[in-house]
Design a binder for this molecule. Structure first.
Ligand code: SF4
Length: 315
């Protein structure tokens, strides 16, 4: 392993995290315990299924878990650590946080937490905040440049740590919001892949939380009492359009049970011949073949609804 990046590897994992988890568990009522167990099982099942479906982690992998200090990345680390203990394969985990020198960033919170749970970690300190403030004109959105800088740094750190996988904490709802943002504002049918090769071609990026619901992750963070770091330290407003889409999806989820689940499943069930992308389907050269295809002719089929939707359901 390249040792350019100092890695903190606690020799004797402290048990204070386990002790505090036990203390929290002891204070729960029997009913709360049942619900918490169900939640834990659901999250672990979702992560396990995503890892399996996309072959995210193999024996011998070193997974660099990117920790921002938000609920999702804490939950990702927590679930992956549990899975590593119970998985039939051996893989390594190293937690990495990028301290971007945002004003008020509590630099000791993550190291203290990671030490308490005995996870090898590396804190990379790079003042991208000043660069972004200097380069981006006042009033313009800073997230584009900030994300590009962060991505480049994380790829370099992955190289230096010898990580074979870079794990990001995006969940099911992030993926769906991205789908709608791209459709509404970019005229593209494009979401966020659970697994991809990085732009530089050198890394495999994975999203083990791809199947997890955001409200489950919120509940888990609450249960585990993760020391959350606020995500607005850079002063950038959270993308307003993403917030609008989040509210739209939340509203659908309440009014039309099953819709979000079906929407999400549709991302893995695409019929290119029934869309309009010439790169995916050779529409121009379609000719009658004279050969019946029982699966082929659905030109006059109704959409595949379990029942005819009422007008209000189209909203
Ligand atoms: S919200 Fe702030 S930290 Fe996050 S990408 Fe945008 S500028 Fe960077």
């Amino acid at each position: 392993m390249n040792t350019a990046v100092p890695l903190i590897d606690p020799v004797s994992p402290a048990s204070s995290a386990e002790q505090s988890a036990e203390a929290v568990a002891a204070s729960l009522s029997a009913r709360e315990r049942v619900e918490t167990n169900k939640l834990a099982k659901r999250l672990r099942r979702d992560v396990g299924q995503a890892i399996g479906d996309f072959n995210m982690i193999s024996a011998g992998d070193k997974v660099m878990v990117c920790l921002s200090g938000g609920k999702d990345s804490y939950a990702m680390l927590d679930i992956l650590l549990h899975m590593r203990e119970h998985a039939p394969i051996d893989f390594e985990i190293v937690a990495v946080n990028l301290d971007q020198k945002q004003p008020g960033f509590p630099a000791d919170v993550l190291p203290n937490y990671l030490k308490s749970i005995g996870v090898p970690y590396h804190i990379e300190t790079q003042d991208t905040y000043s660069i972004v403030k200097r380069v981006v004109p006042e009033g313009k959105t800073t997230c584009g440049l900030c994300s590009r800088l962060r991505r480049g740094i994380l790829y370099r750190v992955a190289d230096e740590l010898g990580a074979t996988r870079i794990a990001l904490g995006h969940h099911r709802d992030d993926i769906l919001q991205t789908l709608f943002l791209n459709m509404f504002f970019g005229s593209k049918l494009k979401a966020m892949p659970p697994k991809l090769v990085s732009d530089d071609g050198k890394h495999v990026v994975i999203r083990p939380l791809a199947y997890c619901r955001e409200d489950d992750l919120e509940a888990w963070a609450e249960h585990k009492q993760f020391p959350i770091i606020p995500c607005n330290l850079c002063g950038s407003q959270e993308n307003l359009q993403r917030q609008n889409i989040k509210a739209m999806l939340h509203d659908w989820d309440k009014r039309f049970p099953g819709r979000i689940k079906n929407l999400f499943r549709s991302l893995g069930n695409i019929v290119p011949s029934h869309l309009m992308d010439h790169d995916l389907h050779d529409f121009k050269n379609i000719e009658a073949t004279g050969i019946p295809d029982p699966e082929g002719d659905t030109a006059f089929d109704a959409p595949e609804f379990p029942k005819e939707p009422t007008a209000v359901e189209w909203i």
